[in-house]
Design a protein. Structure first.
Length: 423
């Protein structure tokens, strides 16, 4: 079956591997173009988040190795550096995987809703760049409707669990009273907005939003009565922050060890809690070696989020039943494509026969033949030509004992001949 899903995620690869194969917004279109230049890859969507990088392709069965090599090569890596962390799904399992991902069943936070928006964005980018066709368009639209059904028919999204929620929960464990603390949020995307909302609900004393585009920082800050700054102003304001949560799309760290060290000196070594949700990382890993800094990455949050997962675990079973059914629905649609092509070929053949016989009949009329005679010729000749090949094939099937073909013809033509081949 010409469907392939290839990638790695938080369960198969650590963050230092995941950050080496991400696709930022600035390279995603070029990457899609390069991927579909591979021989046998007809359509492609690239999904790249902090927890996963996945390629979804409508491709030939022998394209698996080529796409694996492409993923490593595009990022300047040797195949052996990436291969141990990769998973590959084809056909039915590829469909199941995408539907599970879109529904939040494959996320670090079970049932988290942000992934659906990320899948939709990945598809839209691929579609806008002309890299999707009939098959992937139908597949992703099916995934979106399935995810919506999972949200509507199960309780998988009822508990307030997300990476942002986990980060704020951990901050509450370290600082019992958030009303006396200042939090700095670096970035202005969905995860940071969610973190701001959780911090506000938990009574954070002061909020600073830092972003490369100051306008986006100001828009987010306005919602939460916060203070907005640009990334270039981080060194000047970092010492004010007791809590730092970072999630940008920067390909390089936005906070280095030296900047944090200087801020700690100005804070007179009052502790600083930092959560780096981004992949690639926004905060240099060496920052964790500094005293008075508690640095967590997305991989460290797993223990924090377990408390709110029980109800989602129960709902996940129901969600998987929905997904199993929807996988079969999509497979049925794919099988119908074979029938559509067959029907089109059969109709073209019939039309060609019709046009041939009709042309002869028109020439007979032009030569003065009586209309009744021409109509009789048209009806008899057209019937004989349309029935000739099926009749010949059925006669040979009977002679060769091919009962399955006779039964198929009986069902196809609805002849009511219940004992095909026995008379």
């Amino acid at each position: 079956m010409p469907l392939l899903a290839l990638g790695l995620n938080h369960t198969t690869a650590p963050v230092n591997i995941r950050e080496r194969v991400t696709f930022g917004p600035d390279i995603i279109v070029a990457a899609l173009r390069s991927l579909t230049d591979i021989d046998g890859v007809n359509e492609a969507v690239i999904l790249s988040t902090c927890n996963r990088t996945e390629l979804y392709c409508h491709a030939n069965e022998d394209a698996l190795e080529l796409t694996r090599d492409w993923l490593a090569g595009f990022h300047g890596l040797a195949v052996e550096d990436v291969a141990p962390y990769l998973y590959a799904h084809q056909g039915r399992t590829a469909i199941n995987h995408l539907l599970s991902v879109a529904s939040g069943l494959d996320s670090l936070i079970l049932g988290e809703p942000q992934i659906l928006g990320q899948v939709k964005n990945a598809f839209q980018v691929a579609r806008d760049s002309g890299r999707t066709g009939k098959l992937l368009t139908r597949l992703f639209q099916h995934a979106f409707s399935t995810a919506k059904q999972v949200r509507t028919d199960t309780a998988i999204g009822d508990s307030p669990v997300s990476v942002a929620f986990a980060a704020v929960s951990l901050a509450r464990q370290i600082f019992s009273d958030l009303s006396e603390q200042t939090a700095m949020l670096i970035g202005a995307g969905e995860t940071i907005e969610l973190a701001a909302r959780h911090l506000a609900q938990n009574g954070i004393g002061r909020l600073i939003v830092a972003n490369r585009t100051i306008g986006r920082a100001q828009a987010l800050a306005h919602q939460f009565d916060a203070f907005a700054i640009g990334l270039t102003e981080l060194p000047a304001h970092l010492a004010e922050a007791d809590i730092v949560i970072a999630s940008t799309a920067s390909p390089v760290p936005v906070l280095g060890k030296g900047t944090v060290e200087s801020a700690l000196k100005r804070r007179r070594h009052r502790p600083m809690f930092m959560v780096d949700i981004a992949v690639p990382r926004d905060i240099e890993p060496e920052v964790s070696n500094l005293e008075d800094v508690y640095l967590y990455t997305v991989d460290d949050l797993d223990e924090v989020i377990q408390a709110n997962l029980q109800s989602r675990q129960e709902a996940a079973g129901q969600a998987r039943e929905i997904i199993t059914f929807q996988v079969e629905e999509f497979l049925a649609w794919m099988r119908s494509l074979d029938a559509v092509g067959l029907i089109q070929d059969y109709r073209r053949q019939a039309h060609a026969v019709r046009d041939e016989v009709l042309g002869k009949a028109q020439r007979m009329l032009a030569c003065g033949k009586p209309p009744d005679e021409v109509l009789a010729f048209l009806a008899q000749t057209l019937t004989n030509k349309l029935l000739h090949t099926p009749s010949t094939q059925l006669r040979e099937a009977g002679s060769n004992g091919r009962r399955e073909l006779l039964e198929a013809a009986n069902a196809l033509f609805q002849l009511g001949h219940g004992k095909a081949g026995n008379d």
